[in-house]
Design a protein around this ligand. Structure first.
Ligand code: CTP
Length: 415
């Protein structure tokens, strides 16, 4: 699977560096030749001897070491590789890469290369979430760097959250996918809606719902990871904009519809937003005052249906329009009816009854209803997955539908 591929593995400082001998072994098992560069920080967590033993090669460490430079200069190191893999990639190396600093052998090789670069970040959750790291990552992704992970989990520093390096086997899978055209949606534009909408009643009050936006944001992230250019139109959420995704922030359903129409044409539309069905028919210009009695007249007007609008036949209709059905009972039957009513191609039906914890939670259980002739519409029952996994599975399923050959090359067919 990786036969004949030459990988330059750069190991930077972080506790996850201890996993890199396993990573090297797994890459070599699949036929890759691996050459390692170990930074000073990396050498605090893994010894050059163990990396050299598993890679079967010398480990390169010093920019100014005459032996290193004579045998294999930094230019040659990157020239001799098909891909550069930075794992673990510390916040520091990401910052240096984003800003073009070349302060040691690793960063010099990274600046001198014209080869594809894959990074597997690993750091403390606060460092990962810091605006500087987010901006650096966005810069790197815009330059075509592939980012794997990090994963959520307990961290060595005692905190929980995103920042843990992706496990070696998953990094290997991502490297394999990379070599086998792991971007089956390259050249496609995907439009994703996410989050709730807020519908003002007066200057301080609004109608809203409990949607967190986690599912829509995860779908946008996963589609981007498969190479799609993604526009995410999101209502107010407490989430960060996904890196590498053009994010448009809106408040009301009508703003969301306008932003979606503005983003067309698109090849794919996934409507995961929990759009408020109604808005206040008249927004009070001033804060409404209590007068001791009940509020008897709050007239509501129906909001435009964004999914139905995007699914309408016409020259701008995306090739694949996917909706969500948040139901609390007879989930699949309602989803079938919704598919027909809205005119979309697929519905991801999910049970949001309070006991499932779907709304606002991290897990989701999806039944994918596809409209291959509605009477014969097929249903795929997915297991309970994290919302990130649902995003990835849906993105791979979309890739398989729109670009079957590319998806197969990318190893996405084994769904
Ligand atoms: N949707 C939308 N615009 C709306 C309402 C819903 O785009 N104004 C989309 C959602 O993003 C989702 C799908 O439609 O993909 C299903 O939403 P839902 O609110 O369940 O649809 P309804 O027809 O309102 O269903 P029900 O009548 O069962 O509430």
């Amino acid at each position: 699977m990786l036969t004949g591929k030459r990988i330059l593995l750069i190991v930077t400082g972080g506790i996850a560096a201890y996993k890199t001998p396993d990573l090297v072994r797994r890459l070599r098992e699949r036929g890759a030749a691996v050459r390692c560069v170990l930074t000073e920080g990396g050498a605090r967590f893994v010894t050059p001897l163990s990396l050299s033993a598993v890679s079967g090669d010398k480990v390169y460490r010093d920019l100014f070491d005459l032996t290193d430079e004579q045998e294999m200069g930094h230019i040659q190191l990157s020239r001799d590789a098909d891909v550069i893999l930075v794992a673990p990639a510390s916040a520091d190396v990401l910052a240096k890469m984003a800003h073009g600093l070349a302060t040691d052998l690793a960063t010099t090789a990274l600046l001198a290369t014209d080869k594809p670069v894959i990074v597997a970040p690993a750091m403390n959750v606060r460092m990962w979430e810091h605006a500087a790291t987010r901006a650096n990552l966005r810069t790197l992704m815009d330059r075509g760097v592939t980012v794997i992970g990090p994963e959520d989990g307990d961290m060595a520093c005692g905190e929980f959250g995103p920042g843990r390096m992706t496990e070696p086997l998953d990094i290997v899978a991502a490297v394999v996918a990379f070599f086998h055209g792991g971007r089956p949606l390259a050249g496609r534009h995907a439009l994703v809606t996410s989050g709730p909408t807020h519908e003002p009643i007066d200057p301080v009050r609004y109608i809203a719902n409990r949607s967190s936006g986690k599912q829509g944001h995860a779908i946008a992230t996963a589609l981007a990871a498969l190479g799609a250019r993604v526009t995410l139109v999101t209502g107010p959420v407490a989430l960060k904009d996904p890196p590498g995704v053009a994010t448009v922030h809106v408040e009301t359903a009508r703003d969301m519809l306008a932003a979606c129409l503005e983003a067309l044409p698109a090849d794919i539309a996934v409507c995961a937003a929990a759009v408020a069905d109604w808005r206040a028919a008249d927004t009070a210009p001033e804060k409404m005052k209590k007068d001791g009695g009940p509020l008897s007249a709050l007239a509501l007007a129906e909001n435009p249906d964004i999914l139905a609008a995007l699914a309408q036949p016409g020259p701008d209709r995306p090739a694949l329009v996917v909706g969500f059905a948040a139901e609390t009972e007879t989930v699949v039957a309602h989803a079938r009816a919704k598919l027909k009513k809205k005119g979309c191609d697929w519905i991801c039906a999910n049970d949001v009854s309070p006991e499932t914890g779907t709304f606002g939670g991290d897990m989701n259980r999806v039944h994918l209803v596809t409209a291959d002739g509605i009477e014969a519409s097929e249903v795929e029952d997915w297991p309970a997955l994290t919302k990130a996994q649902v995003g990835e599975k849906l993105a791979r399923r979309i890739a398989r539908h729109l670009a079957p050959a590319a998806a197969e090359d990318a190893g996405s067919s084994a769904e």
